[in-house]
Design a protein. Sequence first.
Length: 94
Amino acid sequence: FGKDAWDKIVRQAGVQDDSDILQYEQYDDSLTFAAIQIGCEVLAVDPETALDLFGSYTVDWLIESGHYNLLKSIGSDFFDLLSNLNMMHMNLER
């Protein structure tokens, strides 16, 4: 959807500078849920589609950024992935 859509979502979520939220930090769930809701409105998609698109983008980004082995190592199924998500974030911080 591009940078213009991202900028609009970030602006409507009340974030002045997206570099503030593109760091490896924990954020309040209200910001995450607001961004999802605003994203759905901006992109004219339902929440399920928005989350699916975000997940696909994230996996593609991880692979293109050279993190395939990390992604592969965090689990062989969805439960393992969720259980090891914090570990993945910690590894990405390095």
